[in-house]
Structure formats: C-alpha cells, structure tokens
Design a protein around this ligand. Structure first.
Ligand code: NAD
Length: 441
C-alpha cells in the first residue's frame, strides 16, 4: 500500500514509521519545513523510545520518506491519513479543527484516483462529514471515501501500542474503503487484535469516550486519595483492593497531581462542548474537568502544608523533579508541573527544576526557574523536593546524600514512588498522596 501521512507529529511520525515497518510505502508530510529538514537528516523532533532506530531502519530500506510536498504524496497514495493537531480552540474549549480542514482542502486538490482519506486525529463527531464535504467542494470529480480510524497509542510506549493495539476502530460504511484499511492493518492480524468495524460517527465518539473515561478514573481515585488522607486510610491499597475486581481493573488508579498531557485535558473539554451543543450534557465529564483543575493548586497547598501549612513559601527553595506530563516523553503540553510551579511561585518559592528528557521543551514554557543538571544538582540547598513525574531514575535516589546536600529534608512525593517508612528512616519529613499525612514539619 502507498500511504501519505499528513502531519509528522507524535501520532503521524509513529504511525508512519510503524506502517513502513509493516512493509507499506510511506511518505510523512508536514508543513513545518524545519521539522521535515530535521527528519531528513535523521533527527527526531520528539523523544519516543525506539523511534529513531525504527525511522532510520525504514528510511534506509526506502520504505519511509519525509516531504513538504503534500500534492505529490497524495496523488500517489492509496490511503491518506490525517494526523494533524486538534488542540483546544482558544476561549471556548471546542476542538480547533482548522488544521484538519486545511489538510482536507489540500488533499481535495491533490486526489488523482480512488483514495481512502482516514482521520487519525482525534476529531469531534461529524468532522468526517465536513472533511468529505470540503474534499468534494475542492474536487467535485474526486473518487474517495472518508474513514475515521482514531488512534489510541500512549506517548512513551507509542511504538509498542501501535504494533500491539488493544483494538483497532474503523469507522466507515464504504465497503471499498473498509477493504483498503483492513489491508493496511493486515500485518497486525497475526496478533489478532479486536477490530471494531462501525460507522464513522461512532468511531469518532469512541475515541472521546475512551479518553474521558480514563480521565474519570484518574479524577475518581484522586478524590478517594483526598478522603483517604482525611480519614487515615491508604489510597494505594484501596486502588489495589478495587482494581483486582475485573470489572474495575488496576490501570489508571494511581493517585497523583491530576491528569495533564496532550490529550486528556483537550479531549474532555471538547467532549463537554459536543454534549452541550447536542443538548446531552455530560455532567460527569464536566465534574472531572473541574475536579482536575482544582487539583493543580491543591498540590501546591500540599507542598505548603509540608512546611506547616500557612501557604507562605517565601525564602523556600523547592526542587521540582520531573516536568513532562509523564515519563518517557519530552511532551510538556498541559503538564501538571506547569500550574504547580506557577502556584508555588505565587506562594513565594524559588523553583529549581530537573527532568531527564524534557528540559529543552520545559525551557520554552517555564519562567523564573533554575534549570539544573541532575536530580542532585536540583536538590542542592533546596528546602524540599517535589516529585512530579515518576521517571525511573527518581525511584532510587540516594536519600543519605540528598539529606546531606539539602537545606531541610522534606520530600513531597506526588507519585507515591517512595515508601514513607524508608524515607522517614533517613530523617526526611515525607508527604505522599492519599496516605496518612505525617505531622507538620
Ligand atoms: P502534533 O502537534 O505533535 O503533530 C501535528 C503535526 O501536524 C505538526 O507537526 C504540524 O506541523 C502538522 N500539521 C498541521 N497542519 C498541517 C498541514 N495542513 N499539513 C501538513 N502538516 C500539518 O500532534 P499529535 O500529538 O501527533 O496529535 C495529532 C492528533 O492525534 C491530535 O488530534 C491528537 O489528539 C491525536 N492523538 C494524539 C495522541 C498523542 O499521544 N499525542 C494519541 C492519540 C491521538
């Protein structure tokens, strides 16, 4: 199959590289010339484990190429995937579909034979209809079908997720398009992932329902964590206790600083807007968003509590470990670290930060912070460490060394990666999430 992938970001680049690895002929198109130039010279625009090797291998075998010339790639393609961004629209939270529609217009102008156009971007219900209308308007004689094929990969484990998906969702009523897209995914059939063939609108809604449900699980366990702190219970054990129930499952039940990242915040908001526009308000998701927003400042108050709770952190140096929204990515989009740091600064704290991979991205979004070379450099002379992202390398820090170099020995562990007993044994005041709070420092 000849595939044109429009948008060479997290989803487009990973999907394009994986499709080429299956043996398809793939051209990844992006209108960011610098990105394409970097990719052509072998530099990855994102950090994703295994991606550089996968790309290099398929480029060298001439199955994968990068270009800015959408027209040529689309004219030659059997299948065109749209994987451009759908961020929140400024002001109202609706998904900003301008990139999708611009791509649709350009595709319309380039189609030269029967072409299957597939939206991989996360788009609200009905977007496929509009994409179809735009292509038809641009090119009334074009032979094409528009399919919805939402992507469920997780950053940090994207290649594995793409090659071993829990399921593939294909939304189309067009038999010819269904055969083509089935052929695209045929190399995965050995692993026999469930494939849900459905209509386009159902596929579009499925993606938003999945992300909103996962966000709901996170918000739910975070509220249970707050209650656990008040009543002297342990949220981690509650999560295990409920997670062993197959109907509930263990995943997405880790209490923490609230969800962030490139998908959950914008997708929950967009689903809420779709619900409101269709007079079917999604009150649960609305509450999830409100609960999650409030949590960011609540985490800053938790840090203040570790110092006695008056909300004044003037003169305190706080070492923030982990900045990206989760480990194994350099993605800083809507990372919980950003509002947390702002709130700590509002309380008067001086902020030192370290992230194993995310520093270049973090430099673009964080102001008035000291960027450090390592976790230990960050902790030096700090009054407290706040663990925000659970990178592996933070799991076994040398507590003895830390307590020797810090001004005061306080750890606020927003990911519960340490055992309170172990940390307090080293003379630290420890504060986790959803576990009984130790006495004030
Ligand atoms: P991204 O911002 O990393 O990449 C989008 C790319 O599209 C950018 O490189 C941009 O330059 C390019 N682009 C925009 N308009 C273009 C055009 N007209 N022609 C060519 N290129 C164009 O975004 P992403 O994180 O890869 O997300 C893409 C979509 O996939 C979004 O809808 C997102 O919700 C969805 N998604 C993302 C993830 C994830 O983990 N990041 C997972 C599942 C689904």
């Amino acid at each position: 199959m000849r595939i044109a992938m429009i948008g060479a970001g997290y989803v487009g680049l990973v999907s394009g590289a994986c499709f080429s690895d299956f043996g398809h002929q793939v051209v990844c198109i992006d209108n960011d010339e610098a990105k394409i130039a970097a990719l052509k010279s072998g530099q990855m625009p994102i950090h994703e484990p295994g991606l550089a090797e996968l790309v290099a291998n398929n480029v060298s075998q001439e199955r994968l190429a990068f270009d800015v010339d959408l027209k040529r790639a689309v004219a030659n393609a059997d299948v065109v995937f749209v994987a451009v961004g759908t961020p929140s629209r400024r002001g109202d939270g609706h998904a900003d579909l301008s990139y999708v529609y611009a791509a649709a217009r350009a595709i319309g102008g380039a189609i030269a034979k029967f072409t299957v156009v597939v939206t991989k971007s996360t788009v609200p219900v009905g977007t496929g209809d509009e994409v179809e209308r735009i292509i038809r308007e641009e090119n009334p004689d074009a032979e094409f079908a528009v399919v919805s094929n939402p992507e469920f990969l997780r950053e940090g484990a994207a290649i594995r997720d793409f090659k071993h998906p829990d399921r593939i969702v294909i939304g189309t009523n067009d038999a010819r398009a269904r055969n083509v897209i089935t052929e695209v995914y045929r190399p995965l059939h050995l692993n026999a992932p469930p494939i849900l063939y459905t209509d386009r609108r159902t596929a579009e809604l499925t993606k938003y329902a999945a992300n909103s449900f996962l966000a709901t699980k996170i918000a739910f366990i975070n509220e249970i964590a707050d209650l656990a702190e008040k009543v002297g219970a342990n949220v981690q054990e509650v999560a295990r206790g409920i997670g062993f129930d197959n109907r509930i499952g263990q995943k997405f039940l880790h209490a923490g600083p609230g969800f962030g990242g490139s998908c959950f915040p914008k997708d929950t908001l967009a689903l809420i807007k779709t619900g409101q526009d269709n007079e079917a308000p999604l009150r649960i998701v609305e509450t999830v968003v409100a609960v999650n927003d409030q949590r960011k400042r609540a985490m800053a108050r938790k840090v203040a509590h570790a110092f006695g709770g008056n909300g004044n952190l003037r003169g305190k140096r706080i070492a923030v470990l982990g900045l990206t929204f989760k480990p194994n990515t350099d993605d800083m989009r809507d990372a919980p670290s950003i509002p947390l740091i702002t709130a700590l600064q509002d309380m008067g704290a001086q902020i030192r930060v370290f992230d194993p991979i995310g520093m270049p991205q973090a430099r673009k979004v964080l102001e008035d912070v000291t960027f450090c070379r390592s976790a230990y450099d960050c902790a030096r002379s700090a009054h407290a460490i706040v663990i925000v992202t659970e990178w592996e390398q933070f799991r076994a820090l040398d507590l003895k060394e830390l307590s020797a170099i810090m001004a005061t020995s306080v750890i606020v562990d927003l990911r519960n990666i340490y055992s309170p007993e172990e940390v307090t044994r080293h003379g630290f005041h420890y504060c986790g999430v959803g576990r009984p709070m130790p006495l004030a420092y």
